[in-house]
Design a protein around this ligand. Structure first.
Ligand code: ADP
Length: 267
């Protein structure tokens, strides 16, 4: 049947014999698809009313409404959070529906410059931020999705690092010919017990800290999805009280030599 999905397992039985076990998982796949569609539809339907509410709320200046100021500020903050949540859910749905991404050359020098700019804006000079471009190459993949993965890591590093801390964004060559984009911070760190589940949707180490910092709990699952679509891995090292390192590891097949533009006096 065309829409039938089988899960196959080959089990050793004796020296010469193997058992092939086929399980019909069509129903499970259909349910999973329904769950995805449902989340995608709800997020999509929420988007328009939220944009209207958020837009009008943002036009009001708390400073001009002394009686209302604290409530107005809180309403603006919460509507911002809800908007981010819906955007993140839509991003995840889009990623789940995609089997293949556009294969374009991702200019890593502009990517790093963009990340630095965004980090500076988020940090508001509360952190020392540095960028290192030791790999000096470009990546093949989707600029849009890779940007969303990297900027999630950068925004986490800033949100989970107290003022005065250091954030390093490093694009490094690896021994096997691949490269990695690493985001290192000197922040709170993550207890080892939480690491295996940290990329699950809505999984948080500390709900209150994540809420306070404006998190949706979806950032790392977006990162994981984007990397999977690029056959890349996420490596996490972390120590409580010292900081964390999130590295996106790309194989050599994703690496391209950077275009070298000749300036007039080089010709
Ligand atoms: P959130 O929106 O809550 O930040 P994420 O999926 O991005 O969601 O991250 C999941 C959880 O992982 C966070 O709630 C936080 O507890 C932890 N985390 C992520 N990045 C860092 C980091 N750089 N330092 C410490 N904890 C982190």
């Amino acid at each position: 049947q065309p829409d039938m999905h089988l899960s196959l397992r080959l089990i050793p039985y004796s020296d010469e014999l193997w058992l092939l076990v086929a399980r019909d998982v069509s129903k499970l796949m259909r349910l999973e698809q329904m769950r995805r569609d449902f989340v995608a539809n709800v997020s999509h339907e929420l988007r328009t009313p939220l944009t209207v509410v958020h837009g009008y709320l943002d036009m009001l200046d708390p400073a001009e409404q002394p009686d209302w100021a604290p409530m107005l500020t809180e309403m603006q903050r919460q509507s911002q959070r809800m908007t981010q949540l819906v955007e993140d859910l839509l991003t995840l749905s889009r990623l789940e529906a995609q089997e293949q991404l556009p294969e374009e050359t991702v200019s890593m020098s502009s990517m790093l410059a963009t990340l630095k700019r965004e980090a500076d804006a988020l940090s508001q000079q509360r952190h020392e931020i540095s960028v290192e471009d030791a790999a000096g190459v470009d990546l093949m993949g989707s600029t849009k999705e890779l940007h969303s993965a990297f900027s999630n890591l950068v925004s986490n590093a800033i949100r989970y690092t107290p003022a005065g801390g250091k954030i390093r964004i490093r694009f490094l060559p690896e021994r096997d010919g691949g490269v990695s984009l690493a985001v290192e911070d000197t922040g709170y760190g993550i207890p080892a017990a939480h690491l295996p589940r940290i990329t699950e949707r809505f999984y948080r180490v500390s709900t209150s800290r994540s809420r306070e910092s404006g998190g949706t709990g979806l950032g790392l699952s977006i990162v994981k999805h984007v990397l999977n679509l690029h056959q890349a891995r996420l490596e996490i090292e972390s120590e409580v009280g010292r900081g964390s390192r999130f590295a996106c590891r790309f194989g050599r097949e994703r690496v391209r030599a950077r275009d070298h533009f000749l300036f007039d006096d080089e010709r």
